[in-house]
Design a binder for this molecule. Structure first.
Ligand code: ADP
Ligand code: ADP
Ligand code: MG
Length: 483
């Protein structure tokens, strides 16, 4: 099949994000011939994502609320710079229906789905209701927000303990608490509601059955503005800490060769996406029980952190497609059969955090070098002198390895982790090495309880030998200086 690309009009695209995803979006804009406009906040004059942009604007301030979460400031810049469209990346304003609406009121395209889809899917209660109505299996529990402790206990008794209290507006693994019995609900209900109110501006909670030792399996969706909805197969993201993913892979080792199950979960995701007339890149997340029954968790109406592993196995550029979709262009995908997959890809999220406590560890990068095996992809925002502040998410890069089969992807990833030198900053690289070496991980035999059960963090010795890093860095520097 041969497809001819059409020349499209160059547009001005503002990237309302930072770090690796801002760089990734800028690259896609450039490839398409659009003008990428980057933002920098007070502490980000040297931010690496700006190198990939064609124009820059100062977003005054430091923390989240003053900057990338500040709709008014971003819209003001967008208007001043006469941009055609805004790409929100992930996190920040990416799932904010009000922001998409405000842009639309100013005749600026939001690179994402239509506003109704964001609003329905952004709320874990309304999205669950739609899933149920569409014949998509959902986790047993309340369909709507639970108003009182008594109501929460009543539902928990119906579905059986343990249960999960979950914020309808939650995200990034926050706003969730497992309860083993009635007393725990009594203890936690008010607190989780208060925390969710503070974090997400909405204190409403759902009560859900806590699925034991589940797998997190999600399906990548891409749709255009002309009614075409495609899936790009699944990803498995069961290695998590604090309900947040740290290692992801595609395809899912749990689904393995079960093509029937793969088709079923992918088609279910397409069905739900069609029900909300989805028209952009998005992800339908499921939880899969030990017996391989699966339930809808939520839909992320944005590009996800782990999208590169899907790009690696399908060869498609999801960010490029997402931009084309938003501009109303043809995706040049003739049918679902056009999207095929091969091999296996793994992603390790590289975070500035203590590898043992897994808590953010801000600091300054004093040296940064890579020495990777063939074919490694490293989406990152690192450079020597980068200061990782507590203001933003501590993820500084994503290491992505692809292999013809899973074992090869693992081998490449191990080699890549050995060749990633970040000096001066505490990172979770030592944790990733232990996870990759774990026999159960290698066998594909793991669930979201992996970190809690295997405790890879406890196998990290406190005195990590950074000297070998320094020696290698010194060697590189010495050769550069001709010594
Ligand atoms: P993904 O869903 O793409 O796998 P995460 O759940 O880690 O990735 O979320 C991506 C980023 O967005 C993280 O920086 C996370 O902290 C942030 N994030 C996600 N949802 C929300 C939300 N509702 N509110 C604030 N931040 C969020
Ligand atoms: P977020 O918006 O924070 O990403 P999700 O609903 O996607 O919230 O859940 C995040 C993670 O929490 C899941 O990947 C899974 O590990 C865990 N989780 C969520 N709901 C359940 C459940 N009902 N049973 C077991 N684990 C769950
Ligand atoms: Mg989620």
């Amino acid at each position: 099949m041969s497809i001819r690309l059409k020349e499209n009009k160059a547009r001005r695209i503002l990237i309302a994000n930072r770090g690796e995803i801002a760089a990734r979006i800028a690259k896609a804009c450039r490839e398409l011939g659009h003008t990428a406009i980057g933002l920098w906040t007070d502490n980000e004059v040297h931010a690496r994502h700006l190198e990939f942009c064609d124009e820059w604007a100062h977003l005054e301030g430091t923390g989240n609320t003053e900057t990338y979460l500040n709709q008014d400031k971003i819209i003001k810049i967008a208007k001043e710079l006469k941009v055609d469209a805004v790409h929100p990346g992930y996190g920040f304003l990416s799932e904010n229906g009000g922001f998409a609406e405000a842009l639309s009121n100013n005749d600026i395209i939001f690179i994402g789905p239509h506003i109704e889809a964001i609003k329905i899917m952004g709320d874990k209660a309304t999205s669950k209701t739609l899933a149920k109505e569409s014949g998509v299996p959902v986790v047993p529990g309340s369909a709507d927000a639970v108003k009182s402790v008594a109501e929460a206990i009543k539902i928990a008794e119906e579905i059986g303990y343990p249960v999960l209290l979950k914020a309808v507006a939650g995200g990034g693994g926050r706003g969730m608490r497992a309860c083993a019995d009635e007393n725990e609900i009594k203890e936690q209900f008010e607190a989780v509601g208060r925390e969710s109110m503070a974090a997400f501006g909405n204190g409403d909670l759902l009560v859900e059955k806590l699925v034991l030792n589940p797998r997190h399996i999600e399906v990548q969706i891409l749709a255009d503005k002309h009614g075409n909805v495609f899936h790009f197969f699944e990803r498995e993201c069961s290695v998590q800490r604090r309900h947040q993913k740290i290692v992801e892979e595609a395809p899912s080792p749990f689904i393995g060769d079960d093509e029937e199950l793969r088709q079923k979960i992918c088609q279910t995701a397409v069905k739900l996406s069609k029900a909300v007339k989805y028209d952009s890149a998005g992800t339908v997340e499921f939880i899969m029980a030990e017996d391989k029954s699966f339930y809808f968790l939520e839909m992320n109406t944005r590009i996800q952190v782990e999208h590169p592993i899907t790009e690696e196995i399908t060869g498609m550029d999801l960010i490029v497609c997402m931009i084309q979709s938003a501009l109303g262009e043809d995706l040049q995908i003739p049918s679902q059969d056009f999207i095929t997959r091969s091999g296996h890809a793994i992603e390790c999220r590289i975070c500035a955090e203590d590898p043992i406590t897994m808590l953010p560890a801000p600091g300054v990068v004093t040296g940064f070098e890579t020495n990777f095996p063939q074919g490694i992809r490293f989406d990152n925002c690192l450079f020597k002198d980068l200061e990782v502040t507590p203001d933003f998410d501590p993820m500084v890069g994503k290491l992505i390895a692809k292999g013809v089969v899973r074992d090869v992807a693992i081998r490449k990833m191990e080699s890549a982790l050995e060749g990633l030198y970040i000096e001066g900053l505490k990172t979770n690289i030592p944790l990733h090495k232990i996870i990759l070496a774990n026999q159960n991980f290698r066998d594909g035999n793991y669930s979201t309880s992996f970190i809690g059960v295997e405790k890879p963090q406890e196998q990290i010795t406190n005195n990590i030998d950074y000297t070998s890093f320094y020696m290698k860095l010194a060697g590189i520097e010495a050769r550069r200086m001709g010594l």
